[in-house]
Design a protein around this ligand. Structure first.
Ligand SMILES: CC(C)(COP(=O)(O)OP(=O)(O)OC[C@H]1O[C@@H](n2cnc3c(N)ncnc32)[C@H](O)[C@@H]1OP(=O)(O)O)[C@@H](O)C(=O)NCCC(=O)NCCS
Length: 414
């Protein structure tokens, strides 16, 4: 049995943020029925295509384990079918531009009338406020949620990160909101509205940067590269590769860095493991020297300390450094490329990286469920073709017969 077996999700999501949420719920066993516009479907099916006329990896990697139904919710018959789907489902999930579902005729009030047990979950770019009507994509959210202003180096422009904290991050938040609302419904019998704004999701993930904003009022942020040589303004600055925690860290070069852009390792000079680290890099003298022997003494010269560490790491590969420092309890991690991650056997073994077969594109690689439940294993099933399950769902979920489905198809409703 799967954890969410018996939960049916009316999935009106598209692009990335919403689909990541419903994909997770599908991996936990929910029946996710993805409703797409006839003819076109989710726009990502045709974006960044690597093979002509075949669903893109953008789409396939975000829509596993779902069923696809085409339905024109602006067509009268389509709207009637959609109403019946709302009656038959536990959750309606969407991430359209603000007001889109209302414009289709499905306000929250109307949805509650149709099915008071339904949980209506949405991702929007912003919560109520000056920007509530704006359309938002990933990098807009990274900029408006505090990610960009605090990422990068002091001397450079703000930077967005490759981790999709605005889209996939908000999808994760929404999934938690949905299962929490389902849990509450077990007790009250009523559904509720679940809303996640991408700005809020990014800010939540940047929590430590708002922490630093307030610490700044009481003096310089001593773990930041701006200390002691640079200057601080009135807002949390970009911290380069500083650790962000109480234990100093930095990225240092490893053997081959001149040609390999990922020949680097992150090293955290945790106080408890500093003796071992100092000895390993040939600087046992630091342990006897009061200029270096304590964390407080090292704090004003972290740049010099990491430069010394780098002289040692530059002569070894990132994996050799890992092998030497890990037994000494020095927290460190090689900078792994996507190529290395794709080939990593341990990630294949746990199902975090999975090969999937697709009838049109053949085999491709994807990221499986990163959340492992011991009693609800997730199996990755390929994404559906556009409208692949229209007849199946209309018959099985709504009890429509073949003639009714055909009639709806002829009208252009499905
Ligand atoms: C992502 C986003 C910017 C894309 O904008 P977009 O491509 O212009 O798409 P919209 O969301 O405006 O929706 C397109 C239209 O298709 C319509 N549509 C969608 N599915 C339909 C269906 N099955 N049948 C008929 N019409 C449908 C919508 O009703 C909407 O029409 P409207 O503008 O007349 O109301 C926007 O959806 C958004 O801001 N979403 C919220 C934030 C978010 O999730 N962003 C991250 C995306 S990864």
């Amino acid at each position: 049995m799967k954890a969410l077996e018996g939960v049916r999700i009316l999935d009106m999501t598209h692009v990335q943020s919403g689909p990541t949420c419903t994909q997770l719920l599908a991996w936990f066993g929910a029946d996710v029925i993805k409703v797409e516009r006839p003819g076109t479907g989710d726009a990502t099916r045709r974006q960044l295509q690597d093979i002509p006329d075949v669903d893109s990896l953008y789409f396939t990697m975000l829509n596993h384990n779902k069923r696809s139904v085409t339905l024109n919710t602006k067509h009268e018959t389509g709207r009637a079918i959609f109403t019946r789907l709302i009656e038959a489902c536990d959750v309606l999930c969407e991430n359209f531009a603000p007001g889109a579902l209302d414009r289709m005729g499905f306000s929250w009030e109307r949805i509650q009338e149709i099915n008071p047990r339904l949980i209506y979950a949405s991702v929007k770019g912003f919560g109520p406020g000056p920007y509530e009507d704006c359309k938002v994509y990933e990098n807009v959210a990274q900029c408006t949620g505090g990610g960009a202003s605090t990422t990068g180096f002091d001397e450079g422009p703000p930077l967005v990160t490759g981790a999709q904290i605005g889209d996939s991050g908000t999808g994760l938040h929404l999934a938690l909101g949905i299962v929490t609302a389902l849990f509450q419904r077990e007790k009250t019998g009523r559904g509720q509205r679940v809303e996640c704004a991408m700005q809020d999701g990014v800010l939540n993930l940047c929590r430590v940067k708002l922490r630093d904003q307030q610490r700044l009022a009481h003096g310089p942020l001593k773990e930041y590269p701006q200390y002691p040589n640079g200057t601080f303004g009135d807002a949390t600055p970009r911290s380069g590769n500083a650790s962000g925690g109480g234990q100093p860290g930095w990225i240092v070069r490893c053997k081959g860095w001149e040609t390999d852009p990922n020949a680097y390792i992150y090293i955290i000079t945790q106080a408890a493991a500093f003796d071992g680290l100092a000895r390993a890099i040939g600087r046992a003298d630091w342990l006897e020297d009061e200029d270096w022997s304590t964390p407080a003494a090292r704090l004003p010269k972290l740049d010099r300390m990491f430069a010394e560490i780098e002289k040692w790491t530059e002569k070894r590969t990132k994996f050799e450094v890992m092998e030497i420092l890990n037994p000494l309890n020095v927290p460190c991690g090689p900078v792994l490329s996507m190529k290395e991650l794709a080939e990593e056997p341990s990630l294949r073994a746990t199902g975090t990286v999975v090969e999937v077969d697709h009838p049109e594109r053949g085999r491709y690689l994807t990221v499986g469920n990163p959340i492992k439940l011991s009693a609800s294993p997730a199996e990755v099933v390929r994404s559906p073709l556009l409208g692949e399950h229209t007849s199946e769902v209309l018959r099985e979920v709504l009890g429509m017969d073949a003639q009714e489905v055909d009639a709806a198809r002829r009208e252009g409703a499905v």
